[in-house]
Design a protein around this ligand. Sequence first.
Ligand code: RIB
Ligand code: CA
Length: 313
Amino acid sequence: MVAVILDCDPGHDDALAILLAAADPSLDLLAITTVAGNQTLDKCTLNARRVCTVAGITGVPIAAGADRPLRRPRRVAAHIHGESGLDGPAFGEPTVGVSDEPAVELMRGLLLDRPEPVTLVPTGPLTNIATLLDRYPEVREGIAEIVLMGGSTGRGNTSPYAEFNIAVDPEAAEIVFGSGLDVTMVGLNATHQALVTPDVVARIRAVGTDVADVCADLMTFYAAAYERVYGLPGPPLHDPMAVARVIDRSVVGCVPAPVRVETAGTYTSGATAVDLHHVTGEPDNALVAVDVDVRRYFDLVVEAVTRVGLTQR
Ligand code: RIB
Ligand code: CA
């Protein structure tokens, strides 16, 4: 089993990343940490608790992290994820709590105590991860690799050239990509190969459990937002793809490349400059996702929803 920590900003796609990370038998989900991104920190943390409650995920600590980027003003994505950050289904009061320990300190403790290095899977802005590396450099040897959802080898979604997670906190992303750790970037160029079209929603709903219904309702809301904003036939299932890469390397094919983060551009701030053809002569500092086995990817997601299903309707 691979020990992982999921750092997220739920967020509709983060919600399915939580389920996949918790349910897949090849992973040992040590903790869920939250960061301001799709919504405010409080809303993202509440949403992580909601997802774990609905899915019956217990015994996995949830810890809250940064409530704003390192330097820039906070921004959210309510136009995609709604005012709650998890609009669509109705959620009751969560029974899963939140840790008293802040996210970065909880991560530090886990990374120092574990016998084997841990894989970090960030699926939101990289503020927590950058803070962890900066404040506690001793944790580096406890990190096996960082497999993040963010960036793009092509166009952006938050500006013409910047993807949301990087655009929110480019300075944090610069720290992570410049860390010298093994970093894998699962960007929009990969996630847009896996759109949650109605047939995928139907596969999820057909699982027939309460949690499957919640996931299908989440994807239905998410799909309407992506159709309204981007005119896509289905929303890209971004975040679980980073988890899928940890589960099975063959599901998400990657190539080594230099990745630099634009932190100064007037129109390009937050862009990930991925030198796929090595024209800059820069050294490779990341693996970059380029190919996706979409069928296998969605199989993993549906299998996870099936496993966490609490009650057959
Ligand atoms: O750009 C997509 C990413 O930004 C996803 O992680 C989504 O949840 C948002 O955080
Ligand atoms: Ca996210």
